[in-house]
Design a protein around this ligand. Structure first.
Ligand code: NAI
Ligand code: PYL
Ligand code: MG
Length: 259
């Protein structure tokens, strides 16, 4: 998994507010509204225990603090444990956490201890970023391009298929593309024979994966992928509506899904 850096998480509150405005412009709902529509749940000040994890590459500066800010932003009553790892988990439960948030280098989970529901960040991120595009008010088109069909992109593509979209898919990994074609029935997209899209969902760890030839005017690009999939120059030139944020939207999706 591509790991976040402390730099990615700088000014998380401002990044969340900007993402919320972008989601509102695209869908007519804010992030809370999209989550509520998607999962049929709403937070009620549930107590969330955030447990720092030292294994693998270790603590990411700003990660737990960002989760604290994000959970507060969405109406949860959260705290970061003093201790990491198993001791931190013990501390969270002893302090009456109802939901645990914790991440190592492979898995970022939300576990609701009251109802047993558990969520993984990658599918939850793919689904919410796809849901945002599927609620695009600006076009009647049902054509969407998904770039990157990995652990975030594949569930996003599946969500579009489930919602009745005509889904075009591309991944640099040919085997993964073939698997997605046969499992989901997506239409393979050939970058050497491009066409324009008004909706693009991108989930790769690479920059500039969206070339000019596929962007239409006022295109909506929804991308959890870090770094950004499109250059600032192209974004301005095509008046692209960009939904991109490093942690909060996916975390909200996880939390609403376990309520
Ligand atoms: P993954 O490694 O499972 O999938 C990435 C896919 O992108 C791979 O299948 C790879 O072949 C493909 N790819 C790489 N370069 C490409 C290119 N130039 N064109 C087309 N396909 C290309 O990774 P995962 O877990 O799906 O994460 C994707 C991105 O999303 C990462 O940058 C990750 O950090 C980010 N992420 C962001 C979150 C958020 O809340 N904003 C949450 C979770 C992940
Ligand atoms: C959750 C993100 C989204 C993108 N990449 C994922 C990532 O960076 N995962 C690793 C998270 C590790 C957190 C660390 C800590 O500070 O507790 N163990
Ligand atoms: Mg996110």
């Amino acid at each position: 998994m591509a790991l976040l850096t402390p730099e990615d998480l700088k000014n998380i509150n401002r990044q969340l507010q900007e993402a919320d405005s972008a989601v509102l412009r695209v869908t007519g709902l804010d992030i809370k509204g999209v989550c509520k529509a998607l999962y049929g749940t709403s937070p009620c000040s549930e107590k969330v225990g955030i447990v720092p994890v030292t294994s693998g590459n270790g603590i990411i500066g700003n990660f737990s603090a960002s989760l604290h800010a994000i959970t507060q932003y969405f109406g949860f009553d959260s705290f970061v444990t003093d201790m990491p790892d198993v001791s931190g988990y013990y501390e969270a439960v002893r302090n009456e956490a109802e939901i645990i948030l914790m991440a190592d280098d492979h898995t970022f989970l939300a576990h609701n201890l009251n109802n047993g529901k558990i969520a993984n960040n990658q599918p939850c991120t793919g689904i919410i970023y796809a849901e945002i595009i599927s609620r695009n008010l600006k076009t009647e088109s049902k054509d969407v391009l998904v770039v990157g069909l990995g652990k975030v992109g594949f569930p996003g593509a599946a969500h579009f298929v489930h919602k009745g979209f005509r889904v075009y898919g591309y991944d640099a990994d040919k085997a993964l593309l073939e698997k997605t074609i046969s499992n989901l029935g997506v239409i393979p997209f050939d970058p050497s024979n491009p066409r324009k899209f008004s909706m693009i969902f991108e989930a790769t760890p690479c920059a500039n994966t969206i070339p000019e030839a596929i962007i239409s005017e006022d295109c909506v690009i929804s991308t959890p992928g870090i770094p950004c999939a499109i250059s600032e120059e192209l974004r301005k030139k095509y008046n692209v509506q960009l939904v991109m944020e490093p942690l909060g939207i996916g975390t909200a999706s996880m939390l609403y899904s376990v309520l």
